[in-house]
Design a protein around this ligand. Structure first.
Ligand code: FES
Length: 244
């Protein structure tokens, strides 16, 4: 078993001690302990954005820094992500076309989700009136593992459980936002009877936990391109069980 190395993390005025296996990258050690480090190239050592201050050594790229001995690390202040949350102002109001599932709930709602590589936007739609009741957006949490689709695909191939990590990051944030939307609208998650996702091919593969590896290798084929419908899913997404 690898020797454990102590790392003192100085962040926002607090010092926290973590222990990680010798040889692990500082970036992975920080991430595994809940610290966010901006790493747009996905830890490939090419973007130079994951720098952190190591006491007595200066700035180092955390993804290229294998842990060898106890160190003190000073993390930069958290980056504030600016997320577009007012998209609904520009949304075209379409005439309502009631679907067959509208009688499954007293207050049937649907959610349309646009999974962007950077920003994820959720629209809560009242399926009786067709009105978009609320719009919420968040920074795609997968950006921590790579700013673009190629680095995220690489992450799934170079890290054990990389695919599961990226899927879970997204699902967890979706669940949180779905809860917020339900609270806002005064409905339960059971009142969300349909969720529709749109996104680029890589984002949809990651959402479903399907390996996107073939998208980055000749002949660049997707595992699926057709629309998929689920009545239930073990993906961990709440309200999925009522999806049609
Ligand atoms: S150089 Fe470390 S994440 Fe890009």
């Amino acid at each position: 078993m690898n020797r454990m190395v102590k790392v003192n993390i100085h962040h926002q005025g607090v010092v926290r001690l973590i222990e990680s296996a010798e040889g692990e990258s500082l970036l992975d050690a920080l991430r595994n302990n809940g610290f966010e480090v901006y790493s747009p190239c996905g830890g490939n050592g090419t973007c130079g954005k994951c720098n952190v201050m190591v006491k007595n050594e200066g700035l180092v790229p955390s993804c290229m820094y294998p842990l060898k001995e106890s160190i003190d690390v000073i993390l930069p202040d958290r980056r504030e992500a600016k997320v577009l949350v007012e998209q609904h102002q520009h949304t075209v109001i379409l005439p309502l076309m009631p679907g067959e599932c509208a009688d499954l709930s007293v207050f049937p709602h649907g959610v349309a989700v646009d999974i962007g590589t950077t920003t994820v936007v959720l629209y809560l739609v009242n399926l009786i009136t067709g009105v978009i009741s609320e719009t919420r957006a968040f920074l795609n949490p997968q950006t921590r593992y790579g700013a673009d689709v190629i680095t995220r695909i690489q992450f799934t191939t170079t890290h054990e459980n990389g695919l599961i990590i990226l899927q879970k990051e997204l699902i967890n944030e979706l669940n949180k936002t779905l809860s917020d939307l339900c609270q806002f609208a005064g409905i339960t998650e059971n009142e969300i009877i349909k969720i529709t996702f749109a996104g680029n091919t890589t984002m949809l593969h990651l959402l479903l936990g399907v390996s996107p590896k073939s998208l980055a290798q000749a002949p660049f084929r997707a595992q699926f391109l057709e629309e998929k419908s689920f009545m239930e899913s073990n993906s961990g997404l709440r309200a999925f069980h009522r999806q049609r």
